[in-house]
Design a binder for this molecule. Sequence first.
Ligand code: NAP
Length: 429
Amino acid sequence: MRTRPLKVALLGCGVVGSEVARIMTTHADDLAARIGAPVELAGVAVRRPSKVREGIDPALVTTDATALVKRGDIDVVVEVIGGIEPARTLITTAFENGASVVSANKALLAQDGAALHAAAEQADKDLYYEAAVAGAIPLIRPLRESLAGDKVNRVLGIVNGTTNFILDKMDSTGAGYQEALDEATALGYAEADPTADVEGFDAAAKAAILAGIAFHTRVRLDDVYREGMTEVTAADFASAKQMGCTIKLLAICERAPDGGSVTARVHPAMIPLTHPLASVRGAYNAVFVESDAAGQLMFYGPGAGGSPTASAVLGDLVAVCRNRLSGTTGPGESAYAALPVSPMGDVVTRYHISLDVADKPGVLAQVATVFAEHDVSIDTVRQTGKGGEASLVVVTHRASDASLRGTVGALRKLDTVRGVASIMRVEGE
Ligand SMILES: NC(=O)c1ccc[n+]([C@@H]2O[C@H](COP(=O)([O-])OP(=O)(O)OC[C@H]3O[C@@H](n4cnc5c(N)ncnc54)[C@H](OP(=O)(O)O)[C@@H]3O)[C@@H](O)[C@H]2O)c1
């Protein structure tokens, strides 16, 4: 074993960074044996230097992250600050100064992954980010390496623990959205400002990263269609139950049937209770991958938290250190397929539409005509009368999102349709 240690600069020592530092210390001997050289924590960049950080030598702590990555003797920079800047500049500076990089930063990778990969390639260094998607769950490396010989057609996942916790609460207790969110906040599953989670931004960043790797194509955050889950109601769950379904916030990346394009989207959807993703409870994450040769694979586990996320960071750290010792780099960006990313209107799926209508003869025929005129074929209709009003639930066969939008627009114009109570896609069948 080499005795000269590999030097690691840790940028950020919060929820994830503090656990990375702890495991690097407590597992130092095992890590050294697995890598073939000891790893040494050479510096820790933070924002608040006076904060007490258990197990961290105060002499290593600095607020000057730029000076740390420019030292010239750093082998690996671990970026767990988060956000776009200064993380982006620090990562490119790390490459320019000869270091490889491990990051957990989904927002940055989804926005600027291509440029960062290019910087890594130019410097002949590694950029690894297993922790950026679904915390501890091995997903990037299986897609990039284990499935490199297969053809992935679909990635369908629950990649945000906060929203899964909220939806699971609504499902199991009948609670409304706000009540379930309040509980998630009280238990520490939701942040004080939950926007990034409940509006689907976090899941959309992960969908962009997963789609890019799965389809060997650049997919940016802006390419991902996104709908949050704040409008999901207890009534939607009641409807889902009647259909033998539950509701999950899903990230869905698909190759078009003709193989010529891909789509990536995040939105709440009904899935059958028999689908493996329906049994993912609480704050857990799971990702279902469908490929030509392997068939269906499911990856399941804790998608966040300091220690689980640090596990993924450490796995990358070991891989990157091994590469440095052998003078190689691991796989970089694979975007050779360069498939176009189609808009949401081209996505084909099934829909569950709940309408408030006048309870009088001929309404059903009127509504059915609108569906037919827009080429959306109806699978089932359920009508429940309530005085002069009725509730009409229509479940369609597969149709394009554009056709469905046209249908709903026309339905809203009918005198007999008082309102469109909800539109929910049905997935996983
Ligand atoms: N938390 C999770 O469960 C989880 C899961 C998967 C991925 N991630 C990703 O991991 C990354 C870190 O998340 P986290 O939850 O650990 O965040 P966090 O707890 O907020 O920690 C951020 C750390 O960065 C430091 N920092 C902030 N601005 C800085 C600057 N300008 N220069 C130097 N240091 C700076 C902070 O310093 P102070 O300590 O002085 O404030 C803190 O130590 C993010 O990209 C996140 O998306 C997190």
